[in-house]
Design a protein. Structure first.
Lengths: 269, 339
């Protein structure tokens, strides 16, 4: 009986994993075979890289890559600065209305960004940031999740270290920079992984707020590339998709452990 | 006083939400001295130290360091160093980086920093450990890193908050001597907080005994031992502490006084010739002598020392005697009476 349960457990897990990975495997299969072979699942057909060549020349991919890379970097830097300062304020400083403001920040966690898309659009336009990398990144910089994460992490720093640094002559920002930030390194890494993967894959907001290949990130570029009016060629679209997710996939394989820990941490804290 | 004190606390008070922290702390600490703040937990000794350090700001009173009013100045402007009970070493920095942390913050040139670091590590016997992280050190080594960090900048005032309480007993004795030697050699002023009276008595020039936020007595260790100002001091200082006897048990002392006597001044008298008849309640062998705990209806903490191993069985009756000049007399409120 026990053996059966154990078997079912493993079987279920493997089944789920297969269902999960199937689209990616099919994309890989389709991208490396000619369209007819891919659709017919002809297992003995020849392998080819031709689809990648066609896909690469079909759109300004390099520009898209640079745009996405710039976008996630700008967002991450903005998030690091804002969440560090806000998290520190909520963790260690005393100011009137602190609890109330913190609750406001937490409430942001319950609001889906998509709900605010129209308002954000108007705001970004008013700021004159429409169709710019900064405009795409701005609404995500003051991340409530990040502020909460940093606050929890800073709260775990022993108060003696803060006091020792004070006696050694550090100002408030000095203490933050020399004591809190280095001690919160694992949290920064975890947060960076989550943030980069989220914004690499973000689609709806960049689609709305970008207008030109100059600012368009990969996700939007891919959707335009694969739009029906360009003619659907499953192999070439698969090749393009694989190209866009490749950097993230490679990063995931390298940072697998940290990735899993990142989500565990975020869940536990 | 001809020489003005190096550190001066003038009627300092600090209250926590209306509750008492410390009250009416007036204290003069001369330069180069070793002052111990002693008392049971919650007596306000740590609060006093934190007020001195600038980690708390007093509600009343003034604090002067080196003639400068620092009552409201920031901790970093007071030119002092501090050793914390937990050592407060930065776990992400190596030993060397921990020690020069303050020098780096104060932008001391690199060459001077290296030189001071070398000297501090030499004094504390930590040469060769520069690259280690605090997590890779033993408790005693961490403690020395904390000491090195406190002396590296050459601050003249060093505050220590129970720096030995995380060490085992054997190491504690050794480090006690090291700290005392360090203080003498460098000529720095140390204010040392402890709840361990042996530590305070053996290290300090001046002991400040506190209770419930008030200073009970300030004096040299021998003063506290031989001339306690009240019954609290009498019972706190010394091992074993002074025994207290209600005066009605002894003829000729009146009704409402308390008489104090130390164990070493109590002698066992032949049956019928003693001044007090007690029962033996415990015998504790200490090595060179045996401590006999005695019970009497009007006395607390009464005991007598017998040389060598000399256990007495519990419940035995024993007569004791003592000379009048060894008695300490306290009034009804527990204050010492002249004499």
């Amino acid at each position: 009986m026990k053996g059966l349960i154990k078997f079912l457990d493993s079987f279920g897990a493997i089944l789920l994993a297969i269902i999960w990975i199937a689209p990616l495997l099919f994309a890989f299969w389709a991208a490396t075979h000619s369209t007819s072979d891919a659709v017919n699942l002809n297992l003995f057909s020849a392998w080819t890289l031709e689809n990648f060549r066609v896909a690469w020349s079909g759109a300004p991919w390099l520009k898209y890559f640079i745009n996405t890379f710039l976008l996630v970097t700008v967002i991450l830097i903005g998030q690091f600065i804002l969440t560090t300062l806000a998290g520190f304020a909520f963790a260690q400083l005393q100011f009137p209305g602190k609890d109330f403001v913190f609750i406001l920040v937490l409430m942001q966690l319950f609001i889906l960004p998509e709900v605010l898309i129209v308002e954000n659009y108007a705001m970004v336009s008013r700021l004159g940031l429409f169709d710019s990398t900064l405009g795409v990144g701005m609404p995500y910089m003051a991340s409530a999740f990040g502020i909460f994460l940093m606050r929890q992490s800073f709260k775990g720093v022993p108060i003696e270290l803060h006091e020792a640094a004070r006696i050694e002559g550090c100002g408030l920002l000095g203490i933050l920079w020399r004591v809190y930030v280095p001690l919160a390194k694992p949290t920064y890494l975890a947060y960076a992984l989550v943030s980069v993967s989220t914004h690499w894959n973000n689609f709806l907001w960049p689609l709305i707020v970008t207008n030109s290949p100059e600012t368009r990130p990969l996700t939007v570029g891919l959707s335009i590339f694969g739009a029906p009016e360009n003619g659907v060629d499953i192999s070439i679209i698969s090749a393009a998709t694989l190209m866009s997710v490749a950097p993230l996939l490679i990063a995931f394989l390298i940072f697998q452990r940290q990735f899993v820990q990142a989500f565990l941490r975020a869940g536990i804290k | 006083m001809t020489v003005s004190a190096f550190v001066k606390l003038d009627d300092v008070a600090k209250r926590w939400n209306g509750q008492l922290g410390v009250e009416g702390i007036t204290l003069d600490i001369p330069e180069g001295s070793f002052t111990a703040l002693l008392g049971p937990s919650g007596c306000g000794k740590s609060t006093t130290l934190r007020l001195l350090a600038g980690l708390e700001i007093p509600d009343e009173g003034k604090i002067l360091i080196d003639g400068k009013d620092v009552t409201t100045s920031a901790a970093s402007d007071r030119n002092l160093s501090m050793v914390f009970q937990s050592y407060a070493l930065f776990p992400h920095l190596s030993v060397a980086e921990n020690v020069v942390f303050g020098l780096k913050v104060r932008r001391v040139p690199k060459a001077e920093r290296q030189q001071k670091l070398h000297r501090a590590l030499e004094i504390t016997g930590l040469l060769g450990f520069e690259g280690r992280k605090p997590g890779e050190l033993s408790g005693g080594q961490r403690q020395r890193v904390a000491l090195a960090r406190a002396i590296v900048a050459g601050q003249r005032l060093c505050l220590m908050d129970e720096p030995l309480s995380n060490l085992d007993a054997k190491l504690r004795n050794a480090v006690r001597k090291d700290i005392k030697k360090l203080q003498r050699d460098l000529g720095i002023t140390v204010v040392y907080v402890t709840h361990d009276q042996t530590e305070a008595m053996s290290m300090a020039d001046t002991v400040v005994l506190m209770k419930d936020g008030h200073i009970q007595q300030i004096g040299a260790p021998e003063d506290l031992y031989s001339r306690p100002t009240n019954t609290f001091v009498a019972e706190f200082v010394g091992a074993p502490p002074m025994s207290l006897i209600a005066s009605k048990a002894l003829p000729g002392f009146g009704e409402d006084k308390t008489i104090g006597i130390r164990a070493e001044n109590v002698q066992i008298a032949p049956k019928g010739e003693g001044r007090l008849r007690c029962t033996v309640i415990e015998s504790e062998f200490l090595g060179s002598e045996t401590l006999i705990g005695l019970g009497h209806a009007d006395a607390t903490g009464l005991c007598v020392l017998k040389p060598g191993l000399s256990m007495l069985s519990e419940g035995n009756e024993l007569d004791i005697t003592f000379a009048d000049e060894n008695l300490h007399v306290f009034d009804a409120a527990g204050q010492r009476l002249a004499g």
